[in-house]
Design a protein around this ligand. Structure first.
Ligand code: ATP
Ligand code: MG
Length: 488
């Protein structure tokens, strides 16, 4: 389990560390960005590297996405990119952004802006601005409101972003209430950066998020989803999710999560399902090496696996608590939520099926399943088997070491049986390249013991050499037949 670090990774850096990282990273980008800067300057336009790449350069993280701000209008940008970029595309002319690729670098160039939300609209209204300073002032957080002008490398930091970055803190350039009122998505972005960067949010930001949480409802589901995905995929999802829950934002974007904070019954019999869920998420992240790296479906499944519990909770009256069918109910709630957030069908199906299957293993006990029960488990998991292994293993947060060990060994045993069965069944499915009729035709013989012997010979050859073409099998068969004729 990965415990949250006591100090955020971005915190406690000296300004000097930050400057050194930035200089190193900038030197790496220079050959690309300076040339582009010269093109724009020669055309009388300003160009600056802004936002993510500047911030991440200071954190010593390298970037292949380059975000730029420019005085040029999109048509001019397109013209200036022609002949320089390997490819360019219109990322949304309405937002003034042109995309391009240059070698390994992904480039986004956006015209200076000063956008605002009309009180009831779901998308920001874009108004072009005239200055870099004005553009930086419209950005979400001070650590994202720094720029390096090109090609002269002037560092612009009008809101003290470098100090906040060194402290690992998210503050807004102006009053957070005004910023979140202009674009409520910035509240989600605060939680996203808390997860990605491990930064704290400034108390004023947290207060504004709490007071204005409901405003997130005017933002489109797609934009909310994109931030939620980045949050969940961040290095510190517990921090980001906790912030969403504590400020009340989760109530609007993912109400199933705060609903897990069930009160304990009078006997303190069941653990807080909410806390359990965050721990399962962290434990599943620790197992992601089995999936080849960070995995959105696996993380969402961990997050959603118990969302059926609040609705299915019953107290039978004997001091116990039950959650019958919380797997099925949870899968349904998961589907509904993920559809509302406009997740793709593939991702939604995968997550819902994991939620539905997450309890199946508990019938396994100490290995009583028949082979056919094991086969059914594999068949029902389908493509999701590797993730189901991760989820089921992660879904054990008991403090009782012996119980945890017993569960782990039982799951090891199940996985071993799955492997053995798979191997046996693959072997059982192997056939030689020629069947009995073909063997008789090739050798010009009728039914009899020779056909069985020839078949077994070809099967052995298939085991030894792997798949072969019929012509190759035919040649082998004739050779075998002639030696056999001589010796027999
Ligand atoms: P990454 O691309 O690594 O996820 P990023 O900081 O580049 O992080 P983007 O969503 O690509 O994030 O946005 C680029 C920059 O644009 C940000 O750094 C920020 O300065 C600005 N920005 C993006 N979205 C908003 C917003 N909703 N309100 C204000 N500024 C924003
Ligand atoms: Mg970016």
């Amino acid at each position: 389990m990965s415990d949250a670090p006591a100090t955020p990774p971005g915190a406690g850096r000296s300004i000097r560390d930050v400057q050194e990282s930035a200089a190193r990273e900038l030197a790496r980008m220079s050959p690309v960005v300076d040339e582009l800067g010269r093109r724009f300057t020669e055309a009388g336009e300003g160009l600056a590297l802004v936002g993510g790449p500047v911030r991440d350069a200071m954190l010593g993280r390298s970037h292949h996405d380059l975000d730029f701000a420019t005085s040029a209008r999109p048509e001019t940008t397109e013209r200036l990119l022609a002949g320089w970029a390997d490819a360019t595309w219109d990322m949304g002319r309405a937002f003034g952004t042109i995309g391009a690729r240059k070698g390994d670098w992904q480039v986004e160039i956006t015209t200076y802006r000063s956008d605002t939300y009309a009180a009831d609209s779901r998308k920001p209204e874009v108004a072009y601005g005239d200055t870099l300073e004005g553009d930086l002032g419209r950005r979400d957080f001070t650590v994202n409101a720094m720029a390096v002008t090109l090609p002269d490398h002037r560092f612009e930091d009008p809101f003290g972003g470098v100090v906040d970055l060194a402290h690992g803190e998210l503050r807004t350039p102006g009053r957070p209430e005004d910023s979140f009122s202009d674009d409520p998505l910035r509240m989600m972005r605060a939680a996203r950066f808390a997860s990605q960067l491990g930064f704290r949010v400034d108390p004023a930001v947290r207060r504004a998020m709490t007071d204005m949480a409901e405003r997130i409802r005017i933002v489109s589901a797609e934009r909310v989803r994109d931030e939620l995905v980045k949050l969940v995929m961040g290095a510190h999802p517990r921090e980001g999710l906790t912030l969403l829950v504590e400020t009340g934002l989760a109530e609007h974007v993912l109400p199933e999560l705060p609903a897990l904070a069930l009160e304990r019954d009078e006997h303190h019999r069941h653990k807080d399902v909410y806390e359990h869920t965050l721990t399962v998420l962290e434990q599943s992240i620790d197992l992601e090496h089995r999936l080849g790296g960070p995995d959105l479906v696996s993380r969402l499944a961990a997050l959603m696996h118990d969302v059926g519990k609040p609705r299915t909770r019953r107290f039978p009256g004997d001091g116990t608590v039950t959650f019958h069918h919380h797997d099925v109910v949870g899968a349904k709630l998961t589907r509904t939520r993920m559809r509302a957030l406009r997740f793709s069908n593939d991702v939604t199906d995968a997550v819902a099926s994991l939620v539905e299957l997450h309890l199946r293993f508990h019938g396994y006990g100490s290995g009583e399943w028949t082979d056919s029960a094991v086969r059914r488990y594999v068949r029902d998991a389908g493509d999701q088997l590797a993730r189901l292994h991760v989820l089921t293993r992660a879904d054990c947060t008991t403090r009782n070491r012996r119980k945890a060990d017993r569960l782990r060994r039982a799951y090891d045993d199940l996985e071993a049986r799955i492997d053995t069965l798979a191997e046996e069944e693959e072997l059982a499915a192997i056939r030689p390249a020629l069947d009995g009729n073909q063997i008789m035709a090739v050798l010009g013989i009728g039914p009899g013991r020779d056909v069985g012997d020839a078949y077994r010979f070809l099967l052995e050859a298939r085991m030894d050499r792997g798949p072969m073409a019929p012509e190759e099998a035919e040649t082998l068969l004739r050779e075998w037949w002639s030696t056999r004729g001589r010796s027999g």
